[in-house]
Design a protein around this ligand. Structure first.
Ligand SMILES: [Zn+2]
Length: 45
């Protein structure tokens, strides 16, 4: 599951909202960036 973050206001935008309209539903910004979902921590051996 990918989540997105508005570049302007920094709010989370759901993937369905992004698919409907590539715009932030809060501020109307067109710049939406993909959020890194749960960064995997790997232990170096
Ligand atoms: Zn926004």
């Amino acid at each position: 599951m990918a989540s997105y973050i508005c570049f302007e206001c920094g709010r989370k935008v759901s993937e369905t909202d992004v698919r409907r309209r590539i715009r932030c539903p809060y501020c109307g910004s067109k710049i939406i960036v993909k959020e890194r979902v749960t960064p995997t921590k790997m232990k170096a051996r």
